[in-house]
Design a protein around this ligand. Structure first.
Ligand code: MCN
Length: 772
């Protein structure tokens, strides 16, 4: 066995355990003396609290404690603003428990701890809160009305931030344009709806605490909570066990409940568990997507994009714990694979009385791509050009990398594309789709009175940002290899892909590499799993650490086998002399002997172990193209997805099967965002879609077979050439279907300008003609 694992579609190590019910999630953690918590949540989106009476709840049998804001003392201060930004003039964060004024539905006002969950829920209902309901800001445009209620009383209006960026000279581009086109586009709010909701267990142990949390960022959470509670970091261990989906909102470090559960465990000196229920998940876990854009493009007659100007409003909900990350990502994503040299953006970030917004898979990117790709379609339409021809005309060419868009996230984060080949992406997509045949079939269908349409969209996304991740690789005397990293895992296949990277360096079987993620005791440094960064940052750290271990193994083995380290090869789990395979030692034996105690060697550090960090200078920029073929029945507006094709470039690929799985999951979420998933709030900012009966998730029967192909333009920014893949599936889906539906329904003049698009809305448009 000396096959390279890198690039192979190895089956996921973790799946047998997970599929046979041996996964361990937070709710599986149990202790004999464990207490259970429930949160008293506001039924109003905007209200002043006159009085809270917990007397009756406290007296109920089995109730151990009921906490209100004042019980937490200084721990109830506003929680940290995690990602400050110079443009965020009015950052606001919530406290663990509301004292005076509720700012969104479901905000926590009291915390009940009881012998079991039933008693805790009953007691939570017995807490009496006297609310004075206030008119609510329920819509992002309403938030801008000078007469609108104010979400934060200490602010002059509801504007958290104004973001202005200028690249080149848009006005000059406009002046010389043959054509100026405008459009108004809207993307609505959705929720990640991970299968496992949030959950927390805090256990007092000795003079410290262990917490099990369904989080994407265990080390950051440990550091944040330790700082908040004034605990030495060594006295708080955070473990993210198996996590049933995160998709962004579980990166939040930290949520009110994390403070409350740890606080209760400290006070009561007993383990405390809180598991979020689905209704809570709809209001107390962060959400994303809501944005309205007015766009103008300046174009020359041959289809060259001369400039783009967009004014947009972003709804951040009631607080900005993540700063203005989502709208900034939108504006840096918007240029996409195109040569956009004149670009002006004016973004306004507003507060509303709706749950807080933080990144959800794609994080601002689907919005940016929707805007740019819709405008590409408008250009094609106005000039009577083929939509793909317009895109090809404006693609950045392979010899133009690195390509600087002129945009920066912050000083340290330029949007400089590292590598790519967008024309090849398009060619590969056309081939995969067999576009000529699809067009012929489309014409044939139209002759038969059927409405078939084709949509295509392209994107470039920033992925794999720093600042760093670390990996510890350790070979045991048993020959098994332990790989520990500080990131958490929510289903991305890290147990397998990191094992592949390490196995290659050490010449061992991938099954013999055991990856540990998400335990601060195993690796105390780390940032987290988000921004499609783990493959780039952890993958390369794993590569460097495994290389260091391999070097040491060669040195130790060379001494034992009396040859030069250069003559040692690591393969089949052994260190052997090249050309003399009989002279060899198992890697486990080398690890055992690499110890001054064992007599033969005098190495300073015992064992075969190394920790290495990787700190990328900047993000890498994967890209992709998606295409869909749809058929719409104009009588019922029923949509059938006939084909869905994805061509993706995430640099070198560690495991193509995992990457395809990631893409499939992302496309499924994208389809949800196009046809089904919409959080609807009424004028009181009450959520009307707070169950899966109203907030529809696509199921297996709504997700088509997805055909994928890859191209590889390695990133020059990291040793393995990797770019991220975790969000690729979701990013262009809205743009793809918008074009496909317009194409299918061209005879009806349907214009898609908002997402999601319900069948009822589409039916209406088919009846009346015109736009969303
Ligand atoms: N990979 C690879 N080769 C590459 C790039 C990636 O083999 N060139 C593999 C990686 O090794 C890893 C997987 O693909 O096993 C995803 O890697 P990466 O793109 O680095 O993304 P992360 O691991 O950082 O995961 C985060 C990303 C994000 S941001 C969201 S949101 C998301 C996603 O991953 N949430 C998920 N995928 C998810 N998948 C599941 N099942 N659950 C979630 O919550």
């Amino acid at each position: 066995m000396s096959t390279r694992y890198f690039g192979q579609p190895i089956r996921r190590n973790e799946d047998l355990r997970l599929l046979t019910g041996r996964g361990v999630y937070v709710d599986d953690i149990s202790r004999p003396d464990m207490l259970h918590a429930a949160v008293v949540r506001s039924p109003y989106a905007h209200a002043r609290i006159r009085r809270i009476d917990v007397a009756r709840a406290r007296q109920m049998p089995g109730v151990v404690a009921v906490y209100m804001a004042d019980d937490l003392g200084p721990l109830n201060g506003p929680l940290p603003l995690l990602i400050p930004h110079d443009d965020l003039v009015h950052g606001r964060t919530q406290s663990a428990l509301v004292k005076d004024k509720v700012r969104h539905l479901g905000e926590a006002v009291a915390f009940v701890v009881a012998q079991d969950r039933y008693l805790a829920e009953d007691a939570a209902e017995a807490v009496e809160v006297d609310y004075e309901p206030l008119p609510a800001v329920h819509d992002l445009l309403q938030a801008l009305d000078p007469a609108a209620p104010r979400v934060h009383d200490d602010m002059p209006d509801n504007v958290a931030a104004r973001i202005v960026r200028n690249v080149g000279d848009y006005d000059a581009a406009r002046a010389r344009a043959d054509l100026v086109l405008t459009e108004r586009l809207r993307i609505d709010r959705g929720t990640a709806a991970s299968m496992e909701t949030r959950g927390i267990v805090a256990i007092p142990e000795g003079d410290g605490y262990t917490m099990y949390v369904s989080t994407q960022a265990p080390v950051a959470l440990r550091n944040g909570l330790a700082g908040w509670f004034g605990l030495p970091q060594m006295k708080l261990r955070v473990i993210a066990p198996d996590v049933g989906g995160g998709f962004g909102p579980k990166v939040m470090m930290f949520y009110p409940e994390e403070v409350l559960v740890l606080f209760a465990a400290m006070k009561l000196r007993r383990p405390v568990k809180w598991i979020e229920d689905r209704r809570e998940n709809f209001v107390a876990t962060t959400q994303e997507r809501e944005q309205v854009h007015e766009v103008e493009v300046a174009v020359s007659r041959d289809g060259t994009l001369l400039g783009l100007y967009t004014r947009f409003v972003h709804d951040s909900g009631a607080y900005t714990p993540y700063g203005i990350q989502v709208p900034i990502i939108t504006l840096t994503t918007l240029p996409g694979p195109y040569r956009l040299r004149n670009y002006r953006v004016e973004g306004t970030v507003v507060y509303t009385n709706k749950p807080t917004v933080t990144p959800y898979r794609g994080a601002g990117r689907p919005h940016g791509v929707f805007v740019m790709e819709r405008m590409m379609d408008r250009i094609a339409e106005a000039l009577g050009m083929d939509p793909l021809a317009v895109r090809r005309k404006n693609f950045i060419q392979p010899d133009e990398f690195p390509w600087d868009t002129g945009l920066i996230y912050q000083d340290w984060a330029p949007t400089r594309y590292d590598s790519g080949n967008y024309p090849l992406l398009a060619d590969t997509l056309v081939r995969l789709l067999d576009l000529d045949r699809v067009r012929r079939e489309q014409e044939e269908a139209r002759r038969q009175g059927r409405y078939v349409g084709v949509g295509m969209a392209f994107y470039v996304e920033g992925s794999g940002p720093g600042p760093y991740e670390g990996v510890r690789v350790q070979v045991e005397p048993s020959g098994k290899v332990l790989v520990a990293t500080g990131v958490g895992t929510q289903g991305q296949g890290h147990f397998t892909s990191f094992a592949q990277v390490v196995a290659d360096q050490l010449g061992v079987r991938v099954e013999d590499v055991h990856v540990v993620t998400g335990d601060t005791a195993a690796m105390g440094w780390g940032i987290g799993t988000f921004a499609s960064r783990a493959a780039v940052v952890v993958g390369n750290a794993a590569h460097l650490a495994a290389q260091a271990v391999a070097d040491k193994a060669r040195q130790v083995a060379a001494r034992l086998l009396e040859c030069s380290p250069d003559d040692i090869e690591l393969a089949d789990g052994r260190a052997r002399v090249k050309g003399a395979p009989a002279r060899s030692l198992s890697l486990g034996e080398v690890a055992f002997r690499a110890n001054p105690l064992r007599g033969t060697l005098q190495f300073g550090e015992p064992g075969l172990e190394a920790t290495r960090y990787f700190s990328p200078q900047q993000s890498t920029f994967p890209s992709g193209g998606h295409a869909a073929v749809v058929e719409v029945d104009p009588e019922t507006a029923q949509i059938r997805v006939l084909r869905y094709c994805v061509v993706h470039d995430c640099g070198t690929v560690i495991n193509p099967m995992i990457v395809e799985g990631q893409i499939h999951g992302g496309v499924a979420q994208g389809i949800g965002g196009v046809f089904y998933e919409k959080l609807v709030f009424d004028e009181n900012a009450q959520l009307l879609t707070s169950t899966f009966m109203d907030y529809l998730l696509p199921t297996a029967s709504e997700v088509p077979h997805i055909e994928t192909d890859h191209i590889e333009t390695p990133s020059p920014l990291n040793p393995l050439g990797i770019k991220g893949a975790g969000e690729a599936g979701v990013i262009p889906v809205a743009a793809v279907f918008a074009q496909a539906l317009e194409d299918a329904l061209r005879p009806f003049g349907v214009r898609v300008t908002e997402m999601p698009l319900s069948p009822a809305r589409l039916w209406d448009m088919i009846r009346k003609g015109g736009g969303t």
